[in-house]
Design a protein around this ligand. Structure first.
Ligand code: AMP
Ligand code: MG
Length: 413
């Protein structure tokens, strides 16, 4: 079982979110530049959408009292989308109307052209027509002065369309956070450089930067720090002056070359946690000058999982996004394909493949290699399969939670 000094994932996240103060500054951006940014105030509609009753289809506008199958009506005018005239329509008359064209004030229904027979200027209805058929009413979608987007929302592609549909060109958003990123480790070589004996390529920063990309932060790179206290001190001090949040990887456990802990103890107030998740146990969090500090474990899979589960929600909350919580990922139930026996104690994020059966149910198979250094099982997986901390055995057919991987996970969140 986990030692009682271990923190659960949700307690760790809660502690992190409560030590972050969301920004209150605002900046105004053009809507076209605001994708992925967070609204800094409620957004109100200055117009109704649609602004007037208009036709949802190509057809004929008429009075619904005349809308009886078999009735013949005289076509007296045509209204196209963009027209502003309002022809008078009397009993027994109708007007030709196109999709998006304003419905004449005398008419209260539109019949689609497929449901009439036309002969010269006369149509014969082949169906009954009811009041409001095929009419998009004023304010049907958006009422003037209503709130269309609330403060604290991350703007999506659909929001861009919504804002444009009420004529809004500029929007108040929170300014971007500056996030500093570095890796630590004497063994690390920058990809692209020759690999000397004893070295491995540094890979954590590439994954972390990609996970942060949808968050639209200003990312500042501080390179690879050697395992030397003076070098770490200099970089951490510099980053804490230039950044709102610093993300470093490696050196947070208790090896002989793990100098991050003594250096941070000297420079700031950082807690070193053992989080009851697998992979990803050691994690450092605290304050360094005016910046928040997140120290990821060095193992690539652990660095990735802790970034996703802890750092991304922290950044979202710090950016001013509302309702960020540990329930930010879509979670589905799937039946596990085979037996699992393990030591209970930590919430396990297993890399797995889920598929949908013919009856619509989901089936999940964890990949064979689950070590926290193995990235290939990450790229082969399409979900996490979650094993709760207190579960030691799963039998084939047991229901487990899966969290699908998705490029859209930030938008979902
Ligand atoms: P550490 O947490 O520094 O003890 O590192 C744990 C393991 O992760 C060691 O095998 C490191 O070589 C490896 N590692 C640490 N940082 C990185 C990195 N940025 N990229 C790839 N592997 C790393
Ligand atoms: Mg190290």
């Amino acid at each position: 079982m986990a030692n009682s000094s271990w923190l659960s994932l949700s307690d760790a996240l809660h502690a992190m979110l409560s030590s972050a103060t969301p920004t209150t500054k605002k900046e105004t951006l053009s809507v076209t530049d605001a994708l992925g940014r967070i609204t800094a105030s409620n957004v109100f509609a200055q117009h109704n959408v649609p602004p007037c009753n208009n036709s949802a289809m190509d057809g004929y506008a008429l009075r619904s009292k005349d809308g009886v199958s078999g009735a013949s009506l005289i076509v007296t005018a045509t209204v196209l989308a963009g027209d502003s005239h309002n022809p008078t329509v009397s009993n027994g008359q109708c007007v030709r109307i196109m999709t998006g064209a304003p419905v004449p004030a005398d008419c209260d229904a539109v019949v689609i052209q497929e449901n009439v027979h036309r002969d010269a200027d006369t149509i014969t209805l082949q169906t009954d027509v009811s009041e409001l058929d095929n009419i998009r009413q004023t304010g049907d979608d958006i009422q003037q002065d209503s709130i269309i987007l609330r403060r604290g929302r991350r703007l999506t592609p659909a929001d861009m369309m919504l804002l444009s549909s009420v004529g809004i060109t500029h929007i108040d958003v929170y300014p971007p956070l500056t996030v500093g990123l570095l890796a630590t480790g004497d063994e690390l070589t920058e990809p692209g450089q020759p690999l000397e004996p004893g070295q491995i390529y540094e890979s954590n920063r590439a994954g972390v930067a990609a996970l942060l990309a949808p968050l639209k932060v200003n990312l500042k790179h501080y390179g690879i720090a050697p395992d030397r206290p003076e070098a770490l001190k200099r970089l951490f001090n510099l980053a804490s002056e230039e950044c709102d949040i610093i993300i470093s990887s490696g050196g947070v456990s208790v090896g002989d070359a793990d100098f991050v802990k003594p250096v941070l103890d000297e420079l700031g107030s950082i807690d070193f946690w053992k989080i009851a998740i697998k992979p990803g146990k050691p994690f450092a969090f605290g304050q360094l000058g005016n910046a928040l500090f997140c120290g990821l474990p060095g193992n690539p899979v652990s660095a990735y999982v802790t970034t996703e589960q802890l750092v991304v929600p922290l950044l979202r909350h710090s950016q001013g996004e509302s309702n960020v919580s540990d329930a930010h990922r879509l979670t589905l139930k799937a039946r596990i394909s085979h037996r699992i026996q393990r030591r209970a104690g930590r919430l396990d994020f297993q890399r797995a493949v889920f598929t949908q059966e013919a009856d619509g149910s989901l089936r999940v198979t964890p990949l064979a290699k689950q070590s926290s250094g193995v990235m290939t099982s990450f790229t082969a997986a399409n979900c996490y399969m979650l094993i709760p901390a207190d579960t030691a055995t799963l039998e084939p057919g047991d229901l487990v939670d899966v969290q699908p991987f998705s490029l859209a996970s930030v938008a979902q969140i």
